[in-house]
Design a protein around this ligand. Sequence first.
Ligand code: HEC
Length: 139
Amino acid sequence: MHIPGLALGCALALTTGIGAAWAQAPQPPARGVEFYRTACAQCHGDDGKGGGQVARLLNTRPSDLTTLARRNNGAFPFVRVGQIIDGREDIALHGGREMPFWGQMFGFEAGDRFGNRMREVYVQGRVYELVLYLNSIQQ
Ligand code: HEC
């Protein structure tokens, strides 16, 4: 069974040693960076500031993702950002939005490989990779 968070933890422990890993600021997992470039940048821009190629076709301007912390009194809103990326809660509460619902997509990606309970762990892991990446680009 492959669990992204666990694999990442093992990779960190092996390559840098656990002590060194704790001493550093958390680095975003490479897969989060990669996925941002392929799935988010066309709207939010390569630099995260909201000026991607698709942005002008939308009714709502994609948010500047480099000011999430600044707009929240300097504290990066980890949980809220995860919920927004996931999107499944938002669609239940408010109906449509222009941004895709990544939680649902990661659920499809997991398929039946993990069973119901671990599928949710997989989805949260994938979302969290992106949250860590966004945390790393705050200004
Ligand atoms: C099709 C265009 C599009 C894509 C692709 C897209 N977004 Fe968005 N995003 C938006 C728009 C538009 C908003 C503004 C709010 C809304 O539509 O509800 C937004 C809002 C957000 C917000 C809320 C920011 C705030 O200020 O509260 C976050 C976080 C976010 N996007 C992250 C992502 C991430 C991470 C990805 C890639 C996995 C992504 N988005 C992909 C269009 C997009």
